[in-house]
Design a protein around this ligand. Structure first.
Ligand code: NAD
Length: 491
């Protein structure tokens, strides 16, 4: 059965579906970046509330701004914005549920004004974002907003019709201010440390460049709650579509697949109100910072620890690397000895149990998360996630050998050829410069970490540089398994 509003009552009983009347929902949230993660996480939490008869005035209007989002527009239109979330438990159990909390989808390049008016509508009280780590245009070393990128530069031209998320959101805020409508809260759900403050900086700076007065107003009057979000959500494959059709009898052009684990800690600063998220299991913590650091430095950096080394060693799936005893030990050592000493106390969380659970989650073979997904956009990830861990440890006299090896494994991966001599498809918005630096690894082994916009002055720290050179040397001479073994054995 093809999934849409009409077929909903006729779907097989094995599939959970919305218990609420979708025609009675009204939009309260506009979301930018409707990809896998948003559909597995935020939209799922809302759907859960709606099933209890709550949050019926908080339905989501999705927005795509990039040309490739036209594909999501087509699917959303053909399925009345319905889609299936299939959860894969570590024991192989699969659950599928149709999510109904997204009720509209707008493709900004087609009609930017419709997107702006949707946000200017007083009924919209939250604008949320999953626009990727790199989407905020904040430099990792200077902390400044980069106004030179293509979409932003165009949006700053006088009289421009907005194309970027910055242009669209700022114009909507301007209209609200001019019409005497209170601003919506801007909620970043991206994996960026201090994502609320980063979003405030980015949107505030953009608005200031457009109109200084508007910039001040955005900085002062708009709320930017921070959040920690967690649920491993790999990209959807055709095999997933086929599985859903065979096992649950539904034809869904773009289902979303995720692990069973879910977590969300959210700062409770929503002046225009919010859904009763706490009733759906969200931790409405006053201070989410400790949770963010725990998640970014253990889970996200942990993924980076497995990604390049695992790929170079010939693995292609995350569970394969996580189940390799040496790699698992390397990961644990990184978590215990380098990440954990940099964390703040996390209220109500047993860190050892959290780490054990992470190893289990990474080892979930059914999720089939790929190392290639984790190896993508490294230049938006390593500098934001791992470099701060190294800098804190260097400053505190802590250990850095495993972090140095993770960075060396990125440098080796970015050479573009794996240990079997196969080409690697390096996916990175700064691919050319990253590969050019990696291309010099053998003649100038510090070339890669001398890229100051990623690593600041780390290459001039003798201890760290030595560890990095040692790992890169082993990677070149003997490969990833040997580089991992050298560190595990030394511990
Ligand atoms: P995805 O590729 O499925 O979707 C990304 C969406 O963001 C797409 O709609 C894309 O067009 C849009 N986008 C990308 N760059 C943009 C930009 N500069 N401006 C506006 N829109 C932009 O990816 P996903 O798995 O949904 O992940 C998105 C983000 O969610 C991640 O970058 C991460 O910060 C966060 N996240 C993901 C996971 C996960 O497991 N996938 C877990 C936690 C957090």
């Amino acid at each position: 059965t093809k999934l849409n509003e009409e077929s909903l009552p006729h779907l097989p009983a094995s599939l959970s579906r919305p218990l609420y009347d979708r025609s009675r929902l009204t939009t309260g949230i506009v979301h930018f970046g409707v990809g896998g993660f948003h559909r597995a996480h935020q939209a799922m939490y809302l759907d859960r509330l709606m099933n209890e008869g709550k949050a019926l005035d908080w339905a989501i209007c999705g927005v795509g701004v990039l040309p490739q989002d036209a594909a999501m527009k087509t699917v959303m239109d053909s399925q009345d914005c319905l889609y299936t979330l299939m959860l894969k438990h570590p024991d192989g159990v699969r659950e599928a549920r149709v999510i109904g909390s997204i009720v509209e989808y707008l493709f900004a390049p087609e009609d930017p004004d419709a997107v702006i008016e949707k946000m200017a509508d007083p009924a919209t009280r939250i604008v949320s974002l999953t626009i990727t780590e790199g989407g905020y245009n904040i430099s990792d070393t200077t902390g400044e907003f980069d106004a030179a990128s293509a979409g932003v530069a165009a949006d700053l031209q006088p009289g421009a019709v907005p194309v970027s998320v910055f242009g669209l959101v700022t114009e909507a805020l301007r209209r609200r201010r001019d019409r005497g409508v209170a601003p919506f809260a801007v909620m970043s759900c991206d994996n960026v440390p201090g994502n609320g403050e980063v979003a405030r900086k980015a949107f505030g700076e953009f608005a200031r460049l457009l109109d200084p007065e508007l910039g001040d107003w955005v900085q002062e009057s708009v709320s930017f709650p921070s959040s920690m979000v967690d649920r491993i959500t790999p990209a959807t494959t055709d095999a997933d579509r086929a599985l859903l059709s065979e096992e649950f009898g539904v034809e869904d052009a773009w289902p979303v697949i995720a692990e069973d684990f879910e977590q969300w800690a959210l700062e409770d600063t929503f002046p225009q109100g919010r859904p009763a998220w706490e009733d759906a299991g969200v931790n409405m913590a006053a201070d989410v910072e400790p949770y963010e650091y725990m998640k970014l430095r253990l889970l996200n950096c942990g993924h980076q620890a497995l990604a390049y080394l695992g790929y170079l060693a010939g693995y292609r799936y995350v569970h394969e690397a996580a189940r390799d005893p040496q790699m698992a030990q390397f990961l644990l050592d990184y978590m215990d000895r380098e990440a954990t000493p940099t964390l703040l106390p996390v209220p109500g969380v047993d860190l050892d149990a959290y780490k054990r659970r992470l190893l289990e989650r990474f080892g979930n073979e059914h999720v089939r998360d790929t190392l290639a997904r984790l190896c993508a956009e490294s230049s938006d990830r390593i500098p934001k996630w791992l470099v701060p861990v190294v800098r804190e440890n260097v400053a505190a006299g802590g250990e850095t050998a495993r972090s140095a090896a993770i960075i060396a494994s990125w440098a080796r991966y970015a050479e573009g050829v794996d240990e079997a001599g196969e080409q690697i498809r390096v996916v990175d918005n700064r691919r050319d410069e990253v590969m050019a630096a990696a291309g010099r690894n053998r003649e100038d082994p510090l070339a890669f970490i001398s890229q100051e916009h990623f690593f600041a002055n780390l290459s001039s720290d003798p201890g760290f540089a030595q560890e990095y050179l040692s790992a890169l040397g082993t990677l070149h001479r003997s490969g990833a398994r040997a580089a991992v073994a050298a560190l595990v054995d030394k511990a």
